[in-house]
Design a protein around this ligand. Structure first.
Ligand code: GDG
Length: 754
């Protein structure tokens, strides 16, 4: 296991960021009472925090107005705990309104709990901003920042803006829903963009990770690899870190004589032969209603269990100020009352319902006393109670009934796994647990304990931090998308260079990607811009495209530009004729590749084939995003196989898979153009696509390479699509003209001035 100090290197700290601090404060107490708070998240991170090289940033659990009470709280907290304060109104809107009111039910697939009119998103944004300010203020260069859970989904990107070089991790403790459910969230783009500010995003299960990747594709169009996604030149890694429990700690407690005694007393206090146990926060995700209905169903079906079984259900009070939770409490108590009314005897009642929390000793005593543990949430990120029950069964006995929709089910296959929506199935599983013979119970419990022991909670934290530390922070290009003034400043700087060659890609760079290649007509404004750029003194302009000669000539052929078509198969020098650079166009690979692309068209509605003189392209920009991306991946693999010994290469562009003859690319084409120009002009290269990377490399050592997309790139700058490219070119023209008008142009170029 990697220790936290080791994972963190010697100098940096771990900054833990969660909505709640791991302490509870009793408001208005004198002196202020500060105690450790319970809960899975606090327990999981305690070992990291206890290592001493960390700070924990979060809400102290009491709302205050700015003033003396806030200052008193700050003084009472340990020095490595940093409070982020909120007023009651802010907390109600951020925490109750969005985090627990919208994200919580939606991510647990309980759509009918999502309010009809979602109003408080601005409060969620402001709260995340406030956290970002607090973290940025606390952070030092070598710190690892680890953000926790659904309250802070926007925080990673807000931190990335403030601390571009920081190492930022994020862990989601609740499920990430299927992309079709996630898409319901009106602020879905903001959430995904927020998370993508991290270097590493952790989930409890692979299903959560898979759903996140699917949402990236369907909402943002980002095609994630199995365990990473390239975003704006950075690599964001996705990984599964199933959270565990302090297995040794629970086992030690379970062996304590005082707890064993409490366990025996608990059994003796109830007449039932078999004790069933439930420990849940009182929340609609926990499936309490159906659990009770399953008990009812069992007793109706098999009345012999009356007086023989009892469910001890601890319902821990939760979110009591929210009306939906008060309503749930009423409903559950009513069902328990009804079932007890119908099935109780003089000595027993089937459901013993406790609306309270229990202390750690009572908790473990209950675990060790229970013959059957019922963990039946409708959805749960992990569910630590299931693992704690197993860890506490040092006697090797006991049966766990576990919802298939709890994250824990992906590890605990030896539980009796049930569909928590299927009341009859839960009843069946309970009956099976009650009737299970001892050898089977012990066999299953042994395997469950092996699983739980193998992943203690410290391992969860240390593996996350090790992975975060290993993750290289690639900064990629300077991002100018939100810095238009810097784009213009670069244009001014370029205007000072005596001679320049502009090598400009067409689609996606000068004009937006259009749904068909023929739709991307330039428009008068662009034609005028290119003409005035080409007319600037000391400037030559080339359009370097993958398009066909015919369409390029039709769009910009009348301008005094050099043109490169089909990635360099054809070119036209300034003032020259078209020249073909590939000798033989009758490639043997063409027919089988065309047949394959056509087959993909027939299987992928909306896609189409473009035939060029030398190359072939399969465009899927109009296809369904998921289907198009999946087919493109498959097609690339198939093409690489059939082209193994052929003089052709496969390139994946923006929503296109293209096959072109080897030895032509945009870089080769640019070098050919430059070879014919005297002097040593500065090259300005602009593109948006994988095929433009060769252009950027050929432009070296020029500092003026621009990517107009969010793909990973070797370009020096990233700009915001064709509109930013045009703004840059227009500014350049303006400055260059000013220089000419002021007579401050370059003396050796005077002949060129008109
Ligand atoms: C999230 C996710 C995920 C509960 N009642 C009492 C008590 N507890 C302790 C349990 C356990 C913890 O609280 C609850 O753990 P859960 O796993 O159920 O979930 P949460 O922390 O509420 O929430 C969840 C978890 O994060 C971790 O990632 O598993 O899916 O929703 O440790 O023992 N402890 C005591 N008295 C109680 O009455 N002492």
């Amino acid at each position: 296991m990697v220790e936290v100090g080791e994972a963190n290197g010697q100098r940096g700290r771990v900054l833990l960021v969660s909505n709640r601090l791991p302490v509870s404060i009793t408001p208005n107490s004198e002196p202020l009472l500060v105690r450790p708070s319970p809960g899975g998240l606090a327990t999981g991170l305690r070992s990291v925090h206890a290592s001493g090289s960390s700070a924990w940033i979060g809400w102290p659990g009491v709302n205050t107005e700015p003033g003396p009470e806030r200052e008193r709280i700050e003084r009472a907290l340990p020095s490595n705990v940093v409070p982020v304060h909120f007023t009651s109104e802010e907390m109600t809107r951020f925490y109750d309104g969005i985090a627990n009111g919208v994200i919580w039910p939606l991510f647990h697939y309980l759509l009918d709990r999502v309010p009809g009119d979602i109003r408080d998103w601005d409060a969620y944004e402001s709260a995340n901003q406030r956290f970002a300010d607090a973290v940025a203020k606390e952070a030092r260069p070598d710190d690892l920042i680890w953000v926790q859970d659904y309250h802070l989904l926007l925080l990673p990107a807000l931190l990335r803006d403030r601390l571009p070089r920081a190492r930022i991790g994020f862990f989601l403790h609740i499920p990430f829903p299927s992309s079709e459910v996630f898409r319901i969230l009106p602020y879905r783009e903001a959430v995904l963009q927020g998370l993508l500010g991290a270097d590493l995003i952790g989930f409890h299960t692979f299903n959560d990770q898979r759903h996140f990747s699917a949402a990236l594709l369907s909402v943002l169009g980002f095609d994630a690899e199995l365990d990473r996604v390239e975003v704006e030149g950075r690599s964001v890694r996705l990984h599964v870190f199933p959270m565990g429990v302090d297995a040794d700690g629970f086992a030690a407690l379970a062996r304590e004589p005082a707890i064993l005694k409490a366990s025996r007393e608990l059994r003796a206090a109830h007449a039932a032969d078999k004790l069933l146990l439930g420990i849940d926060r009182l929340d609609y995700t926990k499936g309490l209603t159906r659990k009770f209905l399953a008990i009812e169903r069992l007793l109706e079906r098999s009345p012999q269990y009356r007086s023989k079984i009892m469910l001890l259900q601890v319902a821990v009070p939760s979110r009591e100020n929210v009306s939906a939770y008060r309503e749930l409490k009423r409903e559950i108590e009513e069902i328990a009352g009804r079932i007890n009314g119908a099935h109780a005897t003089l000595h027993s009642a089937p459901i013993h319902y406790v609306y309270d929390s229990v202390d750690q000793h009572e908790l473990v005593a209950s675990y060790t006393a229970a013959d059957v543990m019922l963990v039946t949430p409708l959805r749960d990120g992990m569910n630590l109670v299931a693992k704690e029950y197993v860890a506490s069964r040092v006697d090797g006995d006991g049966v766990l009934v576990l919802s298939e929709f709890a994250g824990a089910a992906s590890e605990l296959a030896d539980a009796l796994v049930v569909n928590p929506y299927d009341v009859a199935a839960i009843a069946g599983a309970i009956e099976r647990a009650l009737e299970m013979d001892e050898p089977e119970r012990r066999r299953r419990m042994r395997r469950l304990r092996e699983k739980v022991d193998a992943r203690p909670v410290d391992l969860w934290a240390s593996s996350f931090l090790s992975a975060l530390k290993l993750e290289p922070t690639s900064l990629g290009p300077a991002d100018l998308r939100r810095r238009p003034e810097q784009v213009l400043a670069l244009a001014d700087e370029m205007a000072e260079r005596p001679e320049l060659v502009f090598a400009l890609d067409y689609d996606g760079t000068l004009v937006p990607i259009s749904s068909t290649p023929d739709g991307a007509v330039p428009g008068a404004e662009l034609l005028e811009l290119l003409a005035s750029l080409a007319a600037c003194p000391g400037v030559k302009v080339a359009v370097v495209s993958g398009r066909t000669l015919e369409s390029l000539a039709r769009f910009v052929g009348d301008l005094p530009l050099a043109l490169v078509a089909e990635h360099g198969v054809w070119s036209r020098q300034w003032g020259g004729d078209w020249i073909r650079h590939v000798e033989d166009l009758s490639h043997a690979w063409r027919a089988p590749v065309l047949a394959m692309l056509e087959e993909y068209c027939s299987r992928t509605p909306g896609s189409f084939v473009e035939q060029k003189t030398a190359g072939l392209a399969w465009h899927y920009r109009n296809a369904d995003r998921q289907l198009g991306a999946a087919r493109a991946r498959e097609l690339r693999l198939n093409l690489v196989q059939i082209l193994a010994r052929q003089p052709a290469s496969v390139i994946g562009g923006r929503k296109v898979v293209e096959v072109r003859p080897q030895d032509t690319d945009k870089g080769v084409a640019l070098k050919r153009l430059l070879a014919d120009i005297p002097g040593d002009p500065t090259v300005v290269a602009m593109g948006d696509d994988r095929s433009d990377e060769e252009l950027f490399r050929a432009a070296a050592p020029s500092p003026y390479t621009f990517a107009a997309s969010v793909l990973p790139t070797h370009a020096h700058y990233r700009v915001d699509g064709p509109s930013a490219v045009r703004a840059l070119l227009a500014r350049f023209v303006e400055r260059r003209r000013e220089r000419a008008a002021n007579g401050t142009a370059f003396p050796h170029l005077e002949g060129a001035l008109t």
